[in-house]
Each structure stands twice: as structure tokens, then as C-alpha cells.
Design a protein around this ligand. Structure first.
Ligand code: NAD
Ligand code: DAU
Length: 360
């Protein structure tokens, strides 16, 4: 049994769908169902007995401890976080609460669970912390990509909160010997990406005839990785990563934001042409993000060399699949835009409350 936090979000849900397609082992999916979590991402496994969904907050140590005692997971994969940089600028408190205090509460529950395991299980147990390349700050045009030994220099409340969580995880390995693994990944894209983030927002706005907002001059660079490649990397780190180590994960796909928006418009022009003109006509330059990091790039040679992982998708193949998925799943986006997806929050909450109370 593995225990996933944040499994109703973008990467977490892709991870669970991939995991259940490739393994017999069951997954406990522990998610608060904030605005970013949607049970619509998991409809295809809603009847699968190997997917056990529990709604709750990672900072709730008592609740998490009760679940660990019940399910005895051999590994925790920690995705749960507040993840959107713009939101962290306008309201940082939730980021400190979940990413810092929440991760701390989770680590405390994990430490107690790990200490209670038989010696043989202690050795094989893993806590895998999913983090971001943003903790390393920003790069100049000619700087070498971030490696695992790059200095931490987070620039947004989001990246600072993730950096703090990385340091807590590191300290639990160093101090208590907890078998932790940390991954720092570049920008993901693919199915179930919440339409507040650049790629899904541009696709959704393009199809609804709205402006396509490009921050500042659009020359900021991000290193894009198709989400299923990230999921494969996490599975590989879980399987063969060395406790206490950090692995950078990236797709060697540096693109300016404007280039990404152009590519999206051009694919949409081919797959879903407008009656007149190009989607590029909707591009609108808007005020820049405060403290906007100019460039991220990941040096992924460690995970490639030590664990034999390599991305399967190029940016060209991944972005085509992504646009195709959004064209075929416009109802998924419409449910989010209308707020309909939030109906799950109450249904599941009340169902699960009873089950958890009975367990405690
Ligand atoms: P997301 O915002 O799509 O999903 C986050 C999930 O966590 C949601 O389902 C939400 O309900 C849940 N959650 C939030 N607070 C919680 C809490 N207190 N308790 C329990 N569940 C809670 O995020 P994502 O894009 O899927 O990112 C997942 C992880 O990967 C994050 O830790 C993020 O920092 C990291 N990451 C993301 C990217 C990316 O490009 N999206 C890249 C590198 C690293
Ligand atoms: O690098 C990894 C990080 O990637 C993750 O840790 C974060 O959780 C994830 O959200 C992502 O952060 P970014 O800030 O890079 O992603 P976002 O999609 O918000 O923005 C990508 C770039 O596009 C960034 O330079 C800002 C720009 N942008 C974004 C939006 C939403 C625009 O120009 N217009 C927009 O409307």
C-alpha cells in the first residue's frame, strides 16, 4: 500500500492513474480538495477498490496517524501543496499553512509511523517529497541549468514555502534517519492541468475567444516536462533512489512563454480553426508578475545516469497530445469554470467523515 497526498490535483491524479494502470498495489489518496483538487480527474478509478480516497488536511496529524495505523503504507508520496505562484503573491498565508506547517505535521506523523515499523520495514520505507525547480531562484540567459547542488534562492512566497519544506525533509533524514527522497521538477504540462496555469489557461481562453494574457515581454523561459514523464521519474526514484538524496527532473525543453503561446495558437489553428483569422490575434501583453523569475532550466543528468530515467515525450509530441486532450475534454474545463466540480467536496466530505470517525 502506498499513501499519496494531493492525489486529486494535477500531477497527483496523473500519478495515481498511471500507478493503478501499471501496478496491483493499492493507493490511499489523501487530499483536502481545495479549489485545485477535483474528483473529476479520478472518475476512471472511482469504482476501483485499489483507490481509497480520503478527504483531509496534511496538517491534521491525528487524522493522518490514524490512517497510517489502518493502512500501514510502505511509502508516502507527498504532492499536496498550494502550487500557483500568482496566488502566493496575492495571498501567501495558505502557502505557509499547507506547504510549511502542513508538511511539518505530515513529517511528524510519518516519523512516528516509521518508528513503529518492524526493523525490516523501516529499511525499505520511503517518504518521497515532490518539490520544484523554483527553489533555486532564477537563471541568467547564459547560466548553466540548475543541478542538485545549486544554491537555494527562492524568489516568490510559493518557492520560499517549498524551499522551507525541502529543508524540513532534509532535516528529518539527517536528524532522525527517516528514509526521505526529494525531487525538484521543472514545469509540468498535460491532462488535468488546472486552467489557471499558462498552458491550460491559453487553450481555454483561445477556444472561448478571450484574450491570451502574456506577462511582461513574454521572454521568460520555462523548462517543460510532460506530466507522465514526471510520474515515471517519481516511480523510478521511489524504486531505486538513495535515501537522503535529491533528484532534479526536467525535460531539456526550454521555451520562452511567447513561443509556447505561439505553438498553442498554431496547433489550435490546425485542429480547431476559427472562422476567420488566427488564435494569435487574441494574444494580449499584460502587466508582468511581481518578482517574475526570468529563466528556469534543469540539469537532469543525475537521475538519467544513476536511475536510468529519460523523458519519453519531446515538447512537440507532448504539447500536441495536451491540446488534443483539452479539445476532447472541454466538459472538464467547463466544470471547473462553472464551479460544478466543487460538488464533490461536500459529497465526499460527509461520506468520509463517518468512515474516519468509525476508525478513530
Ligand atoms: P495542484 O495545485 O494541481 O494540486 C495540489 C493538490 O493538493 C490538490 O488536489 C489540493 O486539493 C491538495 N491539497 C492542497 N492543500 C492540501 C492540504 N493542506 N492537505 C491535503 N491536500 C491538499 O498541484 P500540482 O501542480 O499537481 O503540484 C503537485 C506538487 O508538485 C506540488 O507539491 C508542487 O509544488 C509540485 N510541483 C509542481 C509542478 C508543476 O508544474 N505543476 C512542478 C514541480 C513541482
Ligand atoms: O517550475 C515549476 C513550477 O511551475 C511549479 O513549481 C509550480 O507549481 C507551477 O505552477 C509552475 O509555476 P510557473 O509560475 O512557472 O507556472 P505558470 O503556468 O503559472 O506560468 C508559466 C509562465 O507563464 C510564467 O513565466 C508566468 C507566465 N504566465 C502565466 C500565466 C498564468 C503568463 O505569461 N500568463 C499567464 O496568464
Amino acid at each position: 500500500m502506498i499513501f499519496v497526498t494531493g492525489g486529486a490535483g494535477f500531477i497527483g491524479s496523473n500519478f495515481i492513474l498511471d500507478w493503478l494502470a501499471k501496478n496491483d498495489e493499492a493507493v490511499v489518496n489523501f487530499d483536502k480538495l481545495t479549489y485545485a483538487g477535483s474528483m473529476n480527474n479520478l472518475v476512471s478509478v472511482s469504482q476501483d477498490p485499489r483507490h481509497i480516497f480520503v478527504q483531509g488536511d496534511i496538517g491534521d496529524k491525528v487524522r493522518v496517524a490514524a490512517l497510517f495505523a489502518q493502512y500501514k503504507p510502505r511509502a508516502i508520496i507527498h504532492f499536496a501543496a498550494e502550487s500557483h505562484v500568482d496566488r502566493s503573491i496575492h495571498g501567501p498565508a495558505a502557502f505557509i499553512e499547507t506547504n510549511v506547517n502542513g508538511t511539518f505535521g505530515l513529517l511528524e506523523a510519518v516519523r512516528a509511523h516509521w518508528a513503529s515499523l518492524p526493523d525490516a520495514d523501516k529499511v525499505t520505507f520511503r517518504f518521497l517529497h515532490v518539490s520544484t525547480d523554483e527553489v533555486y531562484g532564477t537563471l541568467g540567459t547564459h547560466d548553466a541549468p540548475f543541478t542538485e547542488t545549486s544554491q537555494y534562492a527562492p524568489n516568490s512566497p510559493y518557492s520560499a514555502s517549498k524551499a522551507a519544506s525541502d529543508h524540513l525533509v532534509r532535516s528529518y533524514h539527517h536528524t532522525y534517519g527517516l528514509p526521505t527522497l526529494t525531487t525538484n521538477c521543472s514545469n509540468n504540462y498535460g491532462p488535468y492541468h488546472f486552467p489557471e496555469k499558462l498552458i491550460p489557461l491559453i487553450i481555454a481562453n483561445a477556444l472561448s475567444g478571450k484574450p491570451l494574457p502574456v506577462y511582461g515581454d513574454g521572454q521568460q523561459v520555462r523548462d517543460w516536462l510532460y506530466v507522465s514523464d514526471h510520474c515515471a521519474a517519481i516511480r523510478r526514484v521511489l524504486e531505486a533512489g538513495v535515501p537522503g538524496e535529491v533528484y532534479n527532473i526536467g525535460g531539456w525543453n526550454e521555451k520562452t512563454n511567447l513561443d509556447v503561446v505561439h505553438v498553442l495558437c498554431d496547433i489550435l489553428d490546425r485542429l480547431s480553426p476559427k472562422s476567420a483569422g488566427s488564435y494569435r490575434d487574441q494574444i494580449t501583453f499584460v502587466a508582468d508578475r511581481l518578482g517574475h523569475d526570468r529563466r528556469y532550466a534543469i540539469d537532469a543528468r543525475k537521475i538519467e545516469r544513476d536511475l536510468g530515467w529519460k523523458p519519453m515525450e519531446t515538447f512537440e509530441t507532448g504539447i500536441r497530445k495536451t491540446v488534443q486532450w483539452y479539445l476532447e475534454n472541454q466538459a472538464w474545463v467547463a466544470d471547473i469554470q462553472s464551479g460544478e466540480y466543487l460538488k464533490w467536496v461536500d459529497q465526499n466530505y460527509s461520506q468520509r467523515q463517518g468512515a474516519i470517525k468509525a476508525m478513530q
